[in-house]
Each structure stands twice: as structure tokens, then as C-alpha cells.
Design a protein around this ligand. Sequence first.
Ligand code: GTP
Ligand code: MG
Length: 213
Amino acid sequence: MKITTAEFALGAAELRQLPKDGIREIAFLGRSNVGKSSLINKLCGRKSLARTSAEPGKTRELNYYLINKSFYFVDLPGYGYAKVPEQIRSSWGKTIEQYLRGRSQLSLVVQLMDARHEPSELDLMMVGWLDYFEIPFLIALTKADKLPASKMPRYLEATKQVFARYAHCTEVVPFSSVTGIGKTDVVRIIGEHLQADAVAARTKSKVAKTVRV
Ligand SMILES: Nc1nc2c(ncn2[C@@H]2O[C@H](COP(=O)(O)OP(=O)(O)OP(=O)(O)O)[C@@H](O)[C@H]2O)c(=O)[nH]1
Ligand SMILES: [Mg+2]
């Protein structure tokens, strides 16, 4: 798959504002400032499609981008930003949880983690939760440009081992929105998921027709 077009579609503060068009979605999840918006921009080859900032907590809505006029990228609000008041934090949590659990058109979650640090407790909670609810996810290790290249192979091996126990973790990919490392892999994996979903949907509709006859 190649990403040829990307356009902002809408920003939703509440779930009732989400699109009702049934188009497939790829959601980007991770703590505040981990690089979600930068990763979306890099995948789309655009500098400022998704707003990025050195100040954490920038993305506060679920921001939808229509890709190739056929599926959405959903930039989710980051979690774990301490300066956000507790009340808002818990309502964000609820919104994200409801979105992830209830969104039938969700095809894949791209879970971002900082390549320089061990996964945080919140990261591991999130991943365990995705796995429990059988939501397929890909792990993108962001800011990989800040990790010395000589350390990368061993680090990647160790990280893959940590996540091997999650049945719904498809792959672990180092990523950098500065150098573009990992871009081809992430786009390929997303394309494969969308393809598999399309095949599953066709099979389902054939079965439904057969049953009806
Ligand atoms: N060196 C380096 N910096 C990065 C990379 N990705 C993001 N950054 C920087 O990290 C900061 C946060 O990036 P964002 O893309 O805004 O992060 P976010 O996850 O969308 O943050 P929130 O919207 O607050 O949840 C910015 O200063 C980016 O320039 C990367 O791959 N390498
Ligand atoms: Mg953002």
C-alpha cells in the first residue's frame, strides 16, 4: 500500500460526534508527547497535517484523517499527562476505553512507546488491556533516532521478547519521524490489516447471503 492522499476530516470531543459512515479506522495510541501526531505526519508525507507540539497534551480530541479516500487514521488524545486535572483525565480514559471497545470499524491500533525508555506501567496496562479485548495492535517504538544504532538490534530483540506473550500484538517496529525509519513497515502492516478485514467482510457477506437463501 502507498499513502497518496490525506486530509483532515473531523475532530470529535465526544463519541456521538464520530463518523457513522462505517469506514475502517486505524487508531494511534500512546502517552502524551510520545510522537503520535508526528508519526501520522510522517506516514502521510506531510509536515503539519496533524498538530504536533513540544508541549504534552496537545491532542485533546479524537482527530480523524481520511487516507487514500478509503480509511481513517484516528489520532487519539495521549494518556498519562500529569498536569491534566484528574476529572478530565478520567473522562478521557472513559472515552478512549469506550472507543476502543465499542468501535466495530476499528481495524488496528498502533500503540506507540518511546524507544529510549522501558515501557511505563500505563503502557503495559494499555497493552494488556488491548490484548484482553482481542484488539490487534502493532507496537511502534518512537524516537528511534535518539537510540545509538549499535544498541538497536539487541534492544529490538529484547523488546520483541517482552511483547511476544501478547497474542494480539502483530509486530514491534522501531520508528523515527525524523529519519523515516520504520515508515515502510508500519504502512505495510496497516495495508495488510485493511486487506484482511476486507476479505473477512466479503466472506461474512457471502455467508449471510447463503444463510438467507
Ligand atoms: N527526535 C525525535 N523527536 C520526535 C519524534 N517524534 C516526535 N518527536 C518530538 O516529540 C514531541 C511530541 O511529538 P507529538 O507528535 O506532538 O506527540 P503526541 O504523541 O502527538 O503528543 P500529544 O498530542 O500531546 O499526545 C515534538 O517535539 C516532536 O517533534 C521522533 O521520531 N524523533
Ligand atoms: Mg498529538
